[in-house]
Design a protein around this ligand. Structure first.
Ligand SMILES: Cc1ncc(COP(=O)(O)O)c(C=O)c1O
Length: 390
């Protein structure tokens, strides 16, 4: 919670895209689970199916991340999963696991997180060459173009060989759009028929599953590996998962170790993540509803300074187009509180947003942004837009 100027009635909303990870705090159930884990002896994290530091044959427990990994594997419909510190590491491990040859080619959308926000790790660490394809408005790739690029390298020594296609679901830069299952099926068939595989950056896979009203396994079945973030909408303090076939996860374990992601007392983190996993289907629809509520409310303000398409709001994000002033200025105004605001609205609300582009902002909902917060945020936008005038 951000503090406004002293003495002012204080309400604060943070649904910032970049900061979304920071304010997601473990809920009370997660915290109780953490306490319970901390009260007992902490065991070491081990290989899936084998334990390091403890050679007992008892069932894997929350303490070593085993229960989380098993439950997540069932949920995702994969043979095994592996707990890793971040989704960035999960993506890198998957790319390294699929692209074994130096100079292998990875095909991916030009705005996807893996390419734009992960420091080119696939090039600097894995020696993988990325070929970028334009993202279509729904976060999909053009299938003809995809086929053209995949087949170009076949049997031609001048071109890199495409080993992997990476998709992102939900697709963040298009505003949390959900990839249609039939599209996933087509990409997978196309890749398979040319000897390539498909990795899904499923940082927000649960949001996609909830929006489509299908079990996440129905989405993952069209991919050869998946990454899955526990610390976004699911509210775990730390962590992500890599999912895939058993031999792929055995190799992922080795790669995680090489990247410095092997964690000993990971059970403490896994315990909190288990709660997030169990609560996801109940919690996420509320985030989606709040995002839709906000989009409809903003559209109803009919301001010349911003526009939003409620029909494009499929999950927990809203992309707002900003007109007539830089998005950064609008963000600043939404963060500032003033005596005028308190006098006119009775509240002092900080809405913390970064510009997404120079002319747009992206708002993201998570478990710490309630329906009441959403309403307060909307009233703050209304106040700021009114001050900007016609
Ligand atoms: C689509 C997507 N993939 C991967 C990541 C990286 O996740 P992490 O911050 O856990 O490394 C993010 C983070 O925002 C994301 O939005």
């Amino acid at each position: 919670m951000q503090r406004g100027p002293p003495g002012l009635a204080e309400s604060s909303v943070d649904y910032n895209s970049q900061r979304a990870q920071r304010p997601v705090r473990p809920g009370s159930a997660s915290r109780r689970s953490l306490d319970a884990e901390l009260a007992g002896p902490l065991l070491l994290d081990g290989l899936p199916g084998k334990r390091e530091g403890s050679h007992s044959r008892r069932r894997p427990s929350a303490r070593d991340g085993g229960e989380l990994q098993e439950r997540a594997a069932q949920l995702l419909g994969v043979e095994q999963t592996l707990f890793v510190p971040t989704n960035t590491m999960a993506n890198l491990i998957c790319v390294m696991g699929h692209c074994r040859r130096r100079g292998s080619q990875l095909l991916l959308g030009q705005e996807c997180h893996l390419h734009v926000y992960e420091q080119g790790g696939v090039a600097q660490i894995a020696g993988v060459h990325s070929h970028l394809l334009p993202d279509l408005p729904h976060g999909t790739l053009d299938l003809d173009e995809l086929e053209r690029v995949i087949t170009r390298g076949l049997g031609n020594p001048y071109h890199p060989v495409c080993e992997l296609v990476c998709l992102e679901n939900t697709h963040s830069s298009s505003g949390g759009r959900v990839l249609p299952i039939d599209y996933l099926r087509q990409v997978h068939l196309l890749a398979q028929s040319h000897g390539a595989r498909v990795h899904l950056d499923g940082a927000r896979l649960m949001n996609a599953a909830v929006a489509l009203r299908v079990p996440p396994a129905r989405i993952v079945e069209h991919c050869d590996s998946v990454s899955f973030c526990l610390s976004k909408g699911l509210g775990a303090p730390v962590g992500a998962l890599v999912g895939g076939p058993k031999d792929f996860i055995q190799e992922a374990w080795r790669l995680r170790k090489a990247l410095g992601g092997g964690m000993r007392q990971a059970g403490v983190l896994a315990a909190a993540a288990l709660v997030g996993l169990a609560e996801a289907e109940e919690e996420l629809p509320r985030d989606h509803e709040n995002a839709r509520r906000f989009a409809r409310g903003l559209q109803a303000l009919a301001s010349p300074h911003c526009s939003v398409d409620p029909a494009a709001v499929e999950t927990n994000m809203v992309l707002v187009k900003v007109v007539g002033l830089p998005a950064a200025d609008l963000c600043q105004r939404l963060q500032a509180v003033s005596p005028d605001e308190v006098a006119q609205t009775g509240h002092a609300v900080r809405v913390l947003l970064f510009p997404w582009t120079e002319q747009s902002v992206r708002a993201v909902w998570h478990r710490d942004v309630s329906t009441q917060d959403t309403e307060l945020a909307l009233r703050k936008w209304e106040f700021v837009l009114r001050q900007l005038g016609p």
